[in-house]
Write a protein that binds this ligand. Structure first.
Ligand SMILES: [Zn+2]
Length: 296
């Protein structure tokens, strides 16, 4: 199960910035939260690993913006995986799922997620949700995200992922708006240098070394400011109320049939497996309320 040899330990997200260049970075690791996410799902290893990347990516994407709410990273495809989805809240709660008809057999990203779109949604507690979309083109999630940033931002952004059976580790490098250096050539030089160095890190190093050692190995010639890590945890946002709301928009006739057959409706949460049971009386009430008009 969890690799106790991994001294880097706790699920966390840790930011660093270069003191002498307009570049920042972030290292994310998820072990416990990853295990909790895939627990009991029987995902093939390739699917579980990719879901690990999605989880880490949702955290990393969340660090590129200020928001209060939830960031959802979702891929819909005609490949072996129909839907893959990971979420991270602004307080560091993650969850995710993969959906497919036939059990995926490939380990290739391009087979698992083919002909589709990658959608990033930011649901804030106030205001309209933001949504960004990019085609699933590329041989990896990192490449798709690179393309997303190329299309939507002026700032160069690069993702690095490493997974094993115990979890996922990931790193992000991102250009900051020009402050210290305005010269585009100097900015480009800095970016090339740091992102090239980051690519020298092996998967095992990213997974197994403590953050401080990774940063020393890559950037010991640079002055870095490293911030306190933020804790990450698996937590599902499902509830009885939300499930009831989801039920109330379903076809009433179907629900009636289920009630006649089984005496009620049983819904289990896809993310965490929690079960919610609704009896005939409660269901009747639910649909009565819906018929009276939209509820908020
Ligand atoms: Zn749940």
């Amino acid at each position: 199960m969890i690799n106790t040899m991994n001294t880097t330990g706790h699920d966390s997200s840790q930011r660093f910035i270069f003191e002498n260049a307009d570049v920042r970075g972030e290292i994310v690791r998820l072990n416990r939260a990853y295990i909790d996410t895939v627990h009991g799902k029987n995902y093939p290893e390739s699917v579980a690993r990719l879901l690990g990347e999605f989880l880490a990516a949702s955290v990393l994407l969340g660090t590129t913006i200020k928001f209060d709410g939830r960031l959802v990273l979702q891929a819909r495809s005609k490949g072996q995986i129909a839907l893959m989805m990971a979420e991270c809240t602004s307080v560091g709660e993650v969850r995710g799922i993969a959906r497919y008809d036939a059990v995926p057999t490939s380990a290739e990203f391009t087979e698992l997620l083919r002909d589709g779109t990658l959608v990033i949604t930011i649901d804030t507690k106030k205001g309209e949700p933001y949504q960004g979309i990019v085609a699933l083109e590329g041989n990896s999630l990192a490449q798709c995200l690179l393309e997303y940033f190329r299309q939507s931002e002026q700032l160069a952004t690069q993702f690095y992922f490493a997974t094993n059976r115990d979890g996922v580790a990931a790193m992000l490098l991102q250009q900051l708006p020009a402050q210290l250096h305005k010269d585009p050539e100097v900015r480009a030089q800095h970016w090339d240098h740091y992102s090239t160095l980051a690519r020298t890190l092996t998967d095992d190093e990213l997974l197994d070394l403590p953050n401080a050692e990774i940063l020393h190995r890559l950037y010991h010639e640079e002055e870095l400011r490293v911030f306190e890590p933020h804790a990450l945890v698996f937590k599902c946002s499902c509830s009885r109320e939300r499930t009831a709301r989801a039920l109330s928009v379903l076809d009433k006739q179907e629900i009636d049939e289920l009630v006649a057959e089984r005496g009620g409706v049983e819904i289990s949460c896809e993310f965490c497996g929690s079960e919610y049971n609704f009896g005939p009386g409660e269901l009747a009430l639910l649909f009565e309320q819906t018929e009276e008009g939209p509820t908020h």
